[in-house]
Design a protein around this ligand. Structure first.
Ligand SMILES: NC(=O)c1ccc[n+]([C@@H]2O[C@H](COP(=O)([O-])OP(=O)(O)OC[C@H]3O[C@@H](n4cnc5c(N)ncnc54)[C@H](OP(=O)(O)O)[C@@H]3O)[C@@H](O)[C@H]2O)c1
Length: 335
């Protein structure tokens, strides 16, 4: 057994980590924390009553290092790097679910804030297993991708060599409300989101530079992405529709199938995808179609799982030399 800590266990992705790790055969939860401590995990999450009643601590890096070899940081950006910096210096492996280690320094500081751990940033590995598996296996610090970038990059990357760079690439993305975390805001208030759907931050969302940067690093292409996220009135789930133009008449189904033939958590679909089939799982479902040179790629994930916590456990499996599939949820919440 490998001892692990979950920091931010009172939040949405923290709860998903607790749920996955409770059934994991090789990871043992030895430390659970939030910002205050002095509470039981089943008091924070009544759904865990009669399941687990561990003490929740006020997060402390030295205490984590004394009882765990790997820590999951399910924390807001900026807060995360404070903990990661200390944990790495104490020899603890880190999977960070925030944006703090996902981007190159300039991009991070332009879109977030001043980086407070410039020393460790260059050694962080982007935790998208389909594209960075070997690096993740050797990493001590993994930056779990954002939920929108996970669904968008898995859809877009196989087609980058075939896309006409002179025509705009649009990513139309829709997320369930849990993507915003547990804190209530005016836009996520029931009266605003119930029976409603709306775009937010068109062309300005922070996940747009994350998608552009990974396309550049993986495919050596400066592709301008037009990213428009929407909020939809479901609790969990994310649907991405990519619209682009092909350079030539290519077999798009074959390109997609070839790209993911060895990827256990990408399912190539024959029909447009939906969010129910991936809710509760680590799968990313992808469908592709073309109309002459018009390209449509459609992907779906569970924002809390493939977009956060199950992908984080997948990364931890790889970092610790375990099978990538170990303990990873694959059964959808259907019906
Ligand atoms: N939600 C998603 O679908 C999703 C997807 C991908 C990535 N992410 C990223 O994952 C991270 C967590 O997201 P979330 O949705 O789970 O957020 P959340 O529901 O708002 O939870 C945030 C957690 O961070 C804890 N926290 C904040 N400041 C802390 C501190 N100083 N010390 C210890 N704990 C502290 C909170 O504890 P308290 O309860 O004590 O405040 C809470 O447990 C964020 O960076 C988010 O961007 C989220």
């Amino acid at each position: 057994m490998f001892n692990v800590a979950i920091i931010g266990a009172s939040g949405y992705t923290g709860l998903e980590l607790v749920k996955i790790l409770l059934n994991h055969k090789k990871f043992n939860i030895t430390y659970i924390a939030n910002s205050t401590g002095e509470v039981l995990i089943n008091e924070l999450h009544p759904c865990l009553e009669s399941v687990i009643s561990t003490n929740v601590e006020k997060a402390n890096a030295k205490e984590i290092a004394a009882c765990a070899s790997l820590a999951f940081l399910a924390l807001p950006h900026k807060t995360s790097m404070g903990f990661a910096k200390e944990l790495i210096s104490l020899g603890v492996k880190v999977v960070d679910l925030s944006a703090d280690y996902r981007l190159e320094l300039d991009t991070y500081e332009k879109h977030y804030c001043e980086h407070e751990d410039k020393a460790n940033l260059p050694q962080s590995v982007y935790g998208l297993p389909e594209y960075y598996k070997n690096d993740i296996q050797n990493a001590s610090l993994v930056a779990n991708p954002g939920c929108y970038p996970t669904a968008s990059l898995l859809a877009l990357l196989p087609f980058i060599p075939y896309i006409d760079e002179n025509s705009p690439v649009f990513i139309d993305a829709k997320s369930g409300v849990s993507g915003a975390g547990k804190k209530l805001s005016e836009s996520t208030h029931f009266c605003n989101i119930n029976e409603n759907i709306f775009a937010y931050n068109p062309f300005k969302h922070r996940h747009m530079p994350e998608i552009e940067e990974k396309v550049r690093l993986l495919e050596n292409k400066e592709l301008a992405i037009n990213f428009v996220p929407h909020l939809i009135n479901v609790t969990r789930g994310m649907l991405v529709s990519v619209y682009a133009t092909l350079k030539d008449d290519v077999d798009v189904e074959k390109i997609l199938e070839d790209a993911y033939k060895n990827s256990p958590f990408v399912r190539v679909r024959k029909e447009p995808v939906n969010i129910k089939a991936t809710a509760g799982t680590n799968f990313c479902d992808i469908f592709v179609a073309k109309n002459k040179k018009a390209l449509f790629i459609n992907s779906s994930i569970d924002n809390l799982l493939r977009g956060a916590s199950s992908q984080a456990v997948c990364n931890a499996n790889l970092m610790c030399g375990f099978d990538e599939n170990e303990g990873i949820p694959i059964l959808a919440y259907v019906p």
